[in-house]
Ligand binder design. Structure first.
Ligand code: AMP
Length: 434
């Protein structure tokens, strides 16, 4: 299958060719014809599968094929859970729409409203937004959703995690009933299915690449190491292998800051990104990391959501995530779109049960490596994992604890229980600033 087989117009094919792509990814091959046919879509796909182009391309084609009803009002609304994802989706709209005349804007919190207001006043065809800031603009009558023809919910399960469901319902009430709806989610907990049922009309369901399939190009390995020696081991790995671009995950914002400071002291340039950082600081850190001015970016799960770094060679789980699916999201930052990558996890005795959950989800054992001189001390007993909840404040949302269903209609595979999910939500709360 080739992009030309999908019936996309020349302007889009040119933009795709400019990106160097010729073969649609599985989600693109399946979703594009459904969207072009005007059908509602429920897609089980996550970041790294090419889903963004999977909805952006056919949307651009549809907009080009019919006249606008009301000039200047958004014809497409795409909701995303995080600022980073909103910015990246809008960048994709620009990339694929560069030979077409449509205007787009990204609306998210943590930055001044004024430039967003200006963009809205100038007229926007495709609006990409996080729910909170969008509602702020709507409350001030800066935006009018009465002409929305296509509505996209991207990463719906994350929005649920972050407590956005009430906001999403408010937004849905402000857009026309007659519209095409596309819902993308990595997992389908009960609340998402209920939302889909009320929102989508006779949807076509597509499901691609179960999360573990994205890991195929990624070499994974675990180093068992004592908690107190993780930093030393990380520095050694970076120095021994001359790793120049490493995305490191910690479980808490505090942990991200502390590690980044210590890496800097060890002479390894790094920055931390998480929800407590200003948008400016996050954008700068990401740009410096992409341009290799920084060797290491230390991130919490939510800050790294949707980060799109071409050919990122190394991901390190400095701490394992509480939710096994987050491991898959994390390692999906590397080995993307055909390039190979390496994901290393530093696992201490406290984390053995998390590692077992992850291996169960992946249905494979991850290779164990030993670094001489860093063998774990067998006398150290496991302790409960510090999750930073006290520091994170109130969790951003409620969870049913029903995470883990791998696709529409499939049973949930709950693994860690609701407490873990609340913790995950606490991480997310920082990223939803209005
Ligand atoms: P996404 O899942 O939308 O975040 O996309 C993941 C990555 O795949 C991004 O870096 C895209 O630029 C890239 N990508 C999207 N479509 C294709 C394609 N057809 N071939 C190769 N890479 C792609």
């Amino acid at each position: 299958m080739h992009f030309t087989d999908l019936g996309l117009r020349a302007e889009l094919l040119r933009a795709i060719a400019d990106q160097g792509y010729d073969t649609p990814t599985p989600i693109q091959a399946q979703a594009i014809p459904v969207v072009l046919a005007g059908r509602d879509l429920m897609a089980a796909a996550q970041t790294g599968t090419g889903k963004t182009a999977g909805f952006t391309l056919p949307i651009l084609q549809l907009l080009g094929s019919r006249p606008a009803v009301a000039r200047g009002k958004p014809r497409v609304l795409i909701l995303t859970p995080t600022r980073e994802l909103a910015a990246q989706v809008e960048e994709s709209v620009r990339t694929y729409g560069k030979h077409l005349p449509f205007k787009s804007a990204a609306i998210f919190g943590g930055v001044s409203m004024a430039p967003q207001l200006k963009a809205l006043k100038n007229g926007v065809d495709i609006l990409v937004a996080t729910p909170g800031r969008l509602l702020d603009h709507l409350g001030q009558r800066n935006a009018d959703l009465s002409a929305v023809e296509i509505f996209v919910l991207d990463e719906a399960d994350r929005m649920l995690d972050m407590g956005f469901m009430p906001d999403i319902r408010k937004v849905i009430n402000l857009i026309p009933k007659q519209k095409q709806c596309l819902l993308f989610s990595a997992t389908f907990p009960e609340e998402i299915r209920a939302l889909a049922k009320g929102l989508l009309r006779d949807p076509q369901t597509v499901e691609v690449a179960r999360p573990n399939a994205t890991a195929e190009l990624v070499t994974q390995a675990v180093y068992h190491v004592d908690k107190a020696r993780k930093r030393e081991l990380l520095v050694k790995l970076i120095e021994d292998h001359s790793w120049h671009q490493v995305l490191v995950f910690t479980r808490t914002k505090h942990g991200a800051n502390a590690l980044s400071e210590k890496l800097d002291k060890a002479g390894i340039s790094s920055a931390a990104i998480h929800g407590n950082k200003s948008q400016g600081a996050r954008t700068r850190a990401l740009a410096d990391f992409k341009s290799l001015k920084l060797n290491v970016l230390v991130a919490t799960d939510i800050a790294a959501r949707g980060l799109d770094i071409d050919q990122l060679p190394h991901v390190v789980n400095y701490e394992l995530p509480n939710v096994p699916e987050d491991y898959v999201h994390r390692i999906g930052r590397t080995g993307r779109a055909g390039s190979s990558g390496e994901a290393i996890s530093l696992v201490c005795v406290d984390e053995h049960s998390l590692l077992r959950d992850i291996e169960r989800l992946l249905k494979q054992n991850i290779e164990k490596r030993l670094m001489p001189g860093f063998e774990p001390d067998p006398s150290i007993r496991a302790e409960p994992i510090e999750n930073g909840r006290g520091r994170q404040g109130k969790p951003g949302g409620q969870r049913s604890g029903n995470r883990g269903a791998q696709g529409p209609g499939k049973p949930a595979r709950g693994s860690n229980g609701p407490a873990t999910h609340r913790n995950a939500a606490a991480h997310h709360s920082g990223s939803r600033g209005r």
